[in-house]
Design a protein around this ligand. Structure first.
Ligand code: ZN
Length: 338
């Protein structure tokens, strides 16, 4: 009951990449970089185990960014043809690469780090991939001419990768879809269908992560415009409850999401974000326990997994460890009271 897990990413060691950056430059090259990624993956597992996390991840130590880390392994994308694009409904502008041909994997994208992680932990292992809607919101197109068709093509590519990760022994595959919180009509229109294509034939557990973004200034400003109550989830949860996805990972700590919306996810495992990744102060176990107990009013305990709000990639490393320790201590407090 109340097994802990994380949304996905952890800070990288400063010998591997620039610290506290969402899109850090690597500090190693060629073989040394491959070796560094391997070592950092082991370290990420060890830190999670020491902090008592039950379902661990590779900490995304081998990718520069949660979307582009995957895209680098896909053919049909011209990274030299970068164009400015307003993403997440123009919340921020980014220089994004362009799809110029049919999408297919160059080969296994994340198999190496998944194998290393699988070989070095006995705990259940979760692996994250970007979701189709979030990918097409982060890339330009000069080939498909239809964004939904492009999303479905990405879903096929993701499915091939996901099946391979499951065969390596990954227990949970999570698709990160922050775009689900922005394009609410598209979620029911085609977002869930694309997700179903991405999880087709998977024998492991499947999850989707939807949040209000990393703690970067553009997101903090956006959140300030969302009003007193954040009801975005209300529009998409019924469709998710009816979907084939097993688990839904959400932002709950310090958010203005009315907690009763969680009852709309009836029948799903709910990964309750009880750690704020936008604050530079570690939660106390009591604060974590309060978030979990609040959620327990609407989610049965066997379906509730205390988690982080979002990825921790841009955080200070020591702070991230303190937050992980607070997460497990908070979950233990709640368990002890029941
Ligand atoms: Zn997130």
């Amino acid at each position: 009951m109340l097994e802990t897990t994380i949304a996905g990413s952890l800070p990288k060691p400063s010998w591997l990449a620039e610290p506290k950056k969402l899109w850090p430059a690597w500090r190693l090259e060629a073989d040394a970089l491959a070796e560094g990624k391997r070592d950092a993956t082991l370290l990420a597992l060890k830190i999670q185990e020491d902090c008592g996390i039950d379902i661990v991840s590779d900490g995304e130590q081998s990718r520069q960014h949660f979307v582009h880390g995957f895209l680098e392994g896909v053919d049909g994308i011209d990274f030299a043809r970068r164009v400015p694009m307003g993403i997440r409904n123009n919340r921020y502008e980014a220089m994004v690469p362009t799809v110029t041909g049919p999408l297919r994997r160059k080969g296994p994208v994340h198999a190496a780090e998944a194998r290393i992680a699988r070989a070095h932990t006995a705990r259940r292992l979760k692996f994250t991939l970007p979701g189709p809607m979030t990918i097409i919101d982060t890339i330009a197109d000069s080939y498909y001419g239809d964004r939904v068709a492009m999303a479905m093509a990405f879903a096929e590519v993701l499915n091939e990768e996901a099946r391979e990760l499951a065969a390596i022994g990954v227990d949970v595959i999570q698709f990160d879809e922050p775009a689900f919180n922005v394009y609410l009509d598209e979620v029911t229109g085609w977002g869930i269908a694309a997700l179903h294509r991405a999880i087709g034939g998977l024998s492991c557990k499947t999850a989707i992560h939807i949040c209000y973004g990393y703690g970067i200034p553009a997101n903090i400003e956006w959140k300030a415009t969302l009003g007193h109550e954040w009801r975005q989830y209300e529009r998409i949860f019924p469709a998710l409850a009816a979907s084939h996805i097993d688990q839904v990972s959400l932002e709950c700590a310090h958010s203005h999401v009315p907690v009763e919306l969680l009852s709309l996810l009836h029948g799903k495992d709910v990964l309750v974000g009880a750690i704020d990744v936008a604050s530079d102060k570690a939660e106390t176990p009591e604060e974590v326990a309060a978030t979990i107990e609040d959620a327990l009013r609407f989610v049965p305990p066997e379906r509730l997994y205390p988690c982080t709000n979002c990825g921790m990639a841009p955080l200070d490393r020591t702070l991230a460890e303190q937050k992980l320790a607070a997460l497990t201590a908070g979950a233990a407090l709640v368990r002890g009271r029941r």
